[in-house]
Design a protein around this ligand. Structure first.
Ligand code: SAH
Ligand code: SF4
Ligand code: F3S
Length: 483
């Protein structure tokens, strides 16, 4: 792989002092790390593999692509398996169960390391931004080689060199940052579609949510850097871009020359070769009329908005600090559907927020019944230490909450099964993504509205956009045929 970044790394002289400025400092460490990698590979008598295990949201998925990009530049070959020579867990802490899983895997790794002492283990991501987690790792998990956070993912090559030179655990966590480092290697999971960060962090402080504490203050990337990245991706063959941010609707507000998300979205669709643009996530409190207009007028923007409602009770929404009400949410949905009737709306819902009563829950069910989401991701409230809601009083029992949750899931999936079928018989363009996991003879593709379709076809078509007839609806997906 000879690309622009390779050429820049080749020019670096590691006998000179290390450059202070990024990304050149990291190019220096990538080159230095290549030397360490060669020694390790020589000792093992083979090429070494790396594996990034990713938990959590699209932000982490994109960070993992950056980590893999750096490790491949160093010399590693990526693999899916935790048997790899270097395994990094990119962690999520949005709910307690995401957190618990990681400790389970670390137990297995400890055992692995006893039989393979040269194996390297890394921990990064949102959990590592919690001081008590890091303290536990330092005390009880000394075998972990590298511990870093969400703000210094770009520094992996430097941390790797530090680990080799120190001979023991290296911990490098930043509390927050203003830095956005551009032009480091990235390994895309798919050749034909890619996420692109447009902003980092979150300033909304919903009272249940830990993300603002572990991802830091909101920072938007410069529009020219975003467009440059999209152009480069398009040249590499990418057709679909997903713009990523915790609340894309507040993009650009803090830039020196402010720009709206709608303006950015329009600009991204104008890049040659880009055929589809998606975005994630849209906070209902500041989804603008301008954004609805831009989506309605531009066919390249996918017919899907993920619009997390969290609760249908205005009282609970207020307690959650969501800054909209049941009524304003419903009005927003109406406005979007009036202008973009073919839009697919999906959502996130939390059940059992502290103080939620049966009446509050029925308000949530009411919105579910009125909006009829194509898909709703449902979560039981999970208490996160350090968030305001962790100190709120709660009276509902575990059984009551589970009962509400079960009723919600049942209703959400009934509606979803009915709604998804509304396109039956139509012919729609599909981006072909893979061979079907269930049946090797079928391909799987995605409609603009994010619904999946399986159909007969040749794997050589993966990455193409083709018309498919949606012949049979299976509830959550279609069976179709190429036309
Ligand atoms: N920025 C996005 C959400 C990111 S977190 C937004 O505001 O829409 C993804 C989802 O996890 C949230 O929408 C919420 O439904 C859920 N979530 C966040 N914190 C949670 C908690 N403490 N307990 C349960 N679910 C939570
Ligand atoms: Fe969390 Fe709210 Fe920010 Fe979303 S907008 S990441 S739910 S604080
Ligand atoms: Fe989890 Fe961090 Fe995303 S906490 S949901 S991976 S921002």
């Amino acid at each position: 792989m000879i690309n622009e970044i390779d050429k820049k790394i080749d020019k670096i002289d590691i006998t000179e002092p290390c450059p202070a400025e990024e990304p050149f400092r990291q190019y220096y460490f990538i080159k230095k790390a290549r030397g360490y990698y060669r020694e390790l590979a020589k000792k093992a008598g083979r090429n070494l593999t790396c594996s990034i295990q990713t938990y959590g949201c699209q932000m982490n998925v994109r960070d993992s692509e950056k980590l893999t990009g750096i490790l491949e530049e160093i010399g590693y070959t990526s693999s899916d398996s935790e048997d790899a020579d270097l395994v990094i867990y990119n962690t999520c802490t949005v709910r307690e169960n995401a957190n618990r899983k990681v400790y389970g895997h670390l137990g297995i790794m400890k055992h692995d390391k006893e039989t393979h002492p040269d194996k390297m283990i890394g921990l990064c991501g949102c959990m590592m931004q919690e001081p008590d987690v890091v303290a536990t790792i330092q005390k009880k998990y000394r075998f972990v080689d590298m511990v870093f956070g969400t703000h210094n993912v770009f520094k992996l090559a430097e941390i790797y060199c530090n680990r080799i030179e120190a001979g023991g655990q290296v911990v490098d966590i930043w509390k927050d940052t203003n830095l956005v480092v551009e032009d480091l290697p990235v390994k895309k999971e798919f050749p034909f579609k890619s996420g692109v960060n447009i902003m980092f962090g979150c300033n909304n402080f919903c009272t249940y949510c830990i993300v603002p504490y572990v991802r830091g203050r909101e920072r938007s990337r410069q529009p020219e850097d975003i467009i440059r990245e999209v152009k480069r991706l398009s040249e590499e063959g990418v057709k679909e871009i997903m713009l990523l941010g915790q609340n894309v609707n507040s993009y650009g507000k803090t830039l020196e020359e402010p720009m709206t998300f709608a303006e950015l979205l329009q600009k991204v669709t104008e890049v040659d070769g880009i055929e589809r643009v998606r975005f994630m996530t849209s906070h209902p409190k500041d989804l603008s009329d301008e954004l609805i207009d831009v989506i309605a007028a531009n066919e390249k923007i996918c017919r899907h908005i993920h619009l997390p409602m969290q609760s249908g009770s205005s009282r609970i929404l207020n307690q959650m600090n969501r800054r909209y009400t049941k009524e304003s949410y419903l009005e927003l949905v109406d406005k979007i559907r009036r202008q973009i009737p073919e839009i697919s709306l999906t959502t996130d819902i939390i059940v059992g927020f502290p103080g939620e009563t049966e009446e509050d829950f029925l308000e949530t069910m009411d919105v579910v019944n009125r909006v009829r989401f194509d898909t709703a991701f449902t979560f039981i409230y999970s208490k996160r230490t350090g968030t305001p809601a962790a100190t709120f009083e709660d009276h509902a029992t575990k059984e009551e909450i589970q009962n509400r949750f079960d009723r919600l899931i049942k209703r959400v999936s009934e509606i979803s099964g009915e709604e998804i079928c509304r396109y039956k018989g139509q012919v729609m363009p599909v981006l072909i993504e893979s061979v079907s996991e269930q049946n090797q003879e079928l391909l799987t593709g995605r409609l603009s509205n994010n619904i999946l379709v399986h159909f007969k076809g040749d794997p050589s078509m993966i990455g193409e956009i083709r018309d498919v007839s949606l012949d049979e609806c299976k509830g959550f997906y279609y069976m179709g045929n190429l036309v």
